[in-house]
Design a protein around this ligand. Sequence first.
Ligand code: GRF
Length: 221
Amino acid sequence: MTAPAPRKRVGVLVSGTGTNLQALIDAAKAIDYPAEIAVVVSNVPTARALQRASDAGIPTAVIPHGDYPERAAFDRAVLEALARHRVELVCLAGFMRLLGREFLAAYEHRVLNIHPALLPAFPGMHAVRQALRYGAKISGCTVHLVDEGTDTGPIVAQAAVPVLEGDDEASLAARIHAEEHRLYPLALRLVAEGRAAVQGREVRVEAAPAAEGLTLRNPGS
Ligand code: GRF
């Protein structure tokens, strides 16, 4: 019998509430999940996400960006924290800082982000508000690899939700959030298992049948 592959060590970077972190923590409890959360790093000392990590017995590091005069120095401090915990993959989960070239070179094609829109539509801040403002009929969430742009990296997985009559920002955001919590663990699984290969601007996902929930769902289903 061959031994199971060692679980990939993941660092999760957060700034806020951490419901996506929680989804990853919960997913990683499954014995066959291919990743474990080795450390949670926050640039905000009061982030609720830190408490979630502590409650789960996961080490945390607080690195306030204001302590660093330059972004590169902040990035290096985060890299050092990740190295201390032998992190192999990085998940941004509501992390409100852009990462620079040096950081991304250190983790090339190994930094994931989740965004509350169907990219490339509505990148940046206030994505949910923008979708409503444009009268989008479908929105959703995207997990992508991080590059130097804002929400521009190659797409790993997406999930769609309907925009319903009478939706406001809170109701649509809640519907999207529920899908995020499903999608992020699935996408991390694909990457951790080496089933998401980067080819130019594209991520080719190997053997991701609809049953894994990575395809568009009918609004009514
Ligand atoms: C999510 O909507 C995610 O798409 C965006 O930031 C939000 C983080 O929420 N990048 P939470 O902290 O995971 O609850």
